[in-house]
Design a protein around this ligand. Structure first.
Ligand code: GLU
Length: 471
């Protein structure tokens, strides 16, 4: 069988990590079997669909590298197809027009509730005869079987059975002719030859309804796999309250797509106790049948750990370009400063995300506003004056602003003054960055650059003098 999966988001919000994981599972399943992954945008809810959401979904998928073999197809471009199928069902007596008004339906449900029954459409228009009421745009309802069961084998959840008596007559087309989600999805799954519907388990209850529609349209059904939802670290459904949930937000916060994919694949799926999976390994090993039934928890710490792993391995040129994007977002002008790839090389061991890396490299382009007072107290003491002045003179005379020469200059100063290296490097570090922590001193000097370094050392010398004057 030629496997065909689809990801079918509604553009009514961000591409959430839950949706991204569904897309990943569909993509992996198709890739592993040499099948096709179809992207379908379910945009028939015109009121709630937005262009911004569409862009965020496409953008997020592109960033994650979940490339579609076919699509994106937009349901609003396919309206004649749904209409044709509605007509066919009407013609075959498998669907009927319903003229019930909102008020009538409300009253019907109230009465059902009052009798202690579950509110559901009671089929009152099923056998309607006579002229159509004027001025009403009828909806079209599916004539759901009233007896028997819908039985299927969920690839994740195992065997499932639903009583038809529990299912009422579903609206398949609204008054304006728009298909409802359940109908559009079924028509498209059949028309697009989808063999495996992999989606979130919030759709489990839709599956028996969709299977009845598939049967009415006279087609063999696809297989279904419902993957469990993603929880936050506290066991509640993952939401904004837990942190970032939109895929593009992770990108903007400086995560690498391979880290997010790696974390997503592990949510509900495992392969022994292995944690790291490249894309190729995921494709080789993933099977939807191995997905766990139990909900999985999104773990921000684990994601950070994975990100650090991938950041350490990434090519400095690529990291540099991403870092440049972070600086741009922070509104920092990098022109004339250190090369981003240099920063990436220096900082990649010390940061979990590119945003953190950029924050820690800020001093390379921007002079600190204030010294960190604790660092001043500890390192810009009167005793720092001599080493600062000596290093300034040596650095000023240095022809070659390269790490080896910079290191030698600082080391020679320490030796000449009979101080250990720290006594020279720490005040210098505070002078260059305003604070007491930064990469190796020669790299810090290189990142700041000659002119800025000398002027910041002057600023620190002035600060020490001022402090000595006061004391
Ligand atoms: N548009 C639906 C959603 O975003 C798709 C559900 C499905 O995969 O069938 O939830």
């Amino acid at each position: 069988m030629n496997v065909r999966t689809r990801f079918a988001p509604s553009p009514t919000g961000l591409l959430h990590v839950g949706g991204a994981r569904t897309a990943l599972f569909c993509w992996l399943f198709a890739r592993r079997r040499g099948g096709a992954f179809v992207l379908r945008i379910e945009d028939t809810d015109r009121e709630r669909s937005t262009q911004a959401s569409m862009d965020a979904i496409l953008d997020g998928l592109r960033w994650l590298g979940l490339d579609a073999d076919e699509g994106p197809f937009f349901q609003t471009d396919r309206l004649p197809l749904y209409r044709e199928h509605v007509e066919r069902l009407l013609h075959d007596g498998k669907a009927y027009r319903c003229y019930c008004s909102r008020e009538e339906l409300e009253a019907m449900r109230d009465a059902q509730r009052a009798r202690g029954e579950k509110p559901r459409y009671d089929g009152r228009c099923r056998h309607r005869t006579g002229p159509s009421p004027a001025g009403v745009d009828p909806v079209v309802r599916f004539r759901n079987p009233t007896e028997g069961q819908v039985v299927f084998e969920d690839l994740v959840r195992g065997p499932a059975a639903f009583d038809n008596r529990e299912l009422d007559d579903l609206v398949i087309a609204r008054g304006d002719g728009m298909p409802t989600y359940n109908f559009g999805a079924v028509v498209d799954d059949l028309d697009m030859g989808i063999t495996h519907v992999i989606r979130g388990d919030d759709h489990v209850m839709n599956t028996p309804r969709q299977l009845n529609l598939v049967a009415a349209l006279g087609a063999p059904p696809p297989r279904y796999a419902h993957v469990p939802m993603i929880l936050g670290p506290d066991g509640q459904r993952l939401s904004k309250r837990h942190g970032a949930v939109g895929v593009t937000r992770f990108r903007d916060d400086g995560y690498l797509p391979e880290a997010l994919l790696n974390h997503l694949v592990r949510l509900g799926w495992s392969h022994g106790d292995r944690e790291i999976f490249s894309r190729e390994e995921m494709i080789e090993l993933f099977d939807v049948a191995d997905v766990n039934r139990a909900p999985a928890s999104f773990d921000y710490d684990k994601l950070g750990w994975l990100n650090q792993h991938y950041v350490r391995q990434a090519d400095p040129e690529r990291l540099g370009a991403l870092l440049a994007g972070q600086f741009e977002r922070m509104g920092i002008d990098m022109s004339g400063g250190a090369a981003p790839s240099l920063l990436a090389r220096v900082q990649r061991e010390r940061a979990r995300t590119l945003a953190e890396m950029a924050e820690k490299s800020r001093f390379a382009f921007e002079e600190y506003v204030e010294f960190d007072e604790r660092a001043v107290k500890k390192h810009l003491r009167p005793a720092a004056l001599e080493p600062l002045e000596a290093t300034r003179a040596r650095l000023h005379a240095l022809a070659d602003w390269e790490p080896a020469a910079l290191h030698a200059a600082v080391a020679e100063c320490a030796e000449a003054l009979s101080l250990n290296l720290g006594k020279v490097a720490q005040p210098l570090r505070v002078a260059l960055t305003g604070a007491a922590a930064s990469p190796a001193i020669e790299l810090t000097l290189q990142m700041v650059g000659r002119d800025a370094a000398l002027s910041r050392i002057d600023r620190a010398i002035a600060r020490v003098r001022e402090r000595s004057g006061q004391s």
